[in-house]
Design a protein around this ligand. Sequence first.
Ligand code: NI
Length: 170
Amino acid sequence: MAVNAIMKYGSPVLREKAVPVAVVGEAVRTLVSDMLASMYAENGVGLAAEQIGRTEAVCVIDVPAEQACGVKMPLALINPQIVEAEGEQVGQEGCLSFPDVYVNVRRAERVKASYLDTDGHPQTVDATGLLSRAIQHEIDHLNGVLLVDHMSPVQKVANAGKLKRMKRGV
Ligand code: NI
């Protein structure tokens, strides 16, 4: 288990589209445990592979039990896809690649996602609230879509200084 540095806004890898995992084996299980360790080290509730400089279609999530919709945490999603989405929620969202940036983001209230678990078995997860938001945020990462892409012009102006410093790597 290794704790990796989290890539910040401005790192090109964050814009890469993840590559589906062909075989779920030891290499992916090691990646999942490294991602969990890296996420916990930064007190995050979700992390996508790009955030530690990798391009496998893998993300991990660990939300508090009372917001986990009965799903056992942590959750590792391999090759996840949203298969159903409905309703709407607006709530504050952050990202380990955007330190100290929190903005209100509109998301679907409920999503159903398909994925492979760490044994390679097909699974689905049905989520509302924070877990639904986390799944949507992490799948965005796997498509190279970032928190900044959800910002309104006003939110971008309000965070312009922080975004510029991140891009410069300071
Ligand atoms: Ni993020």
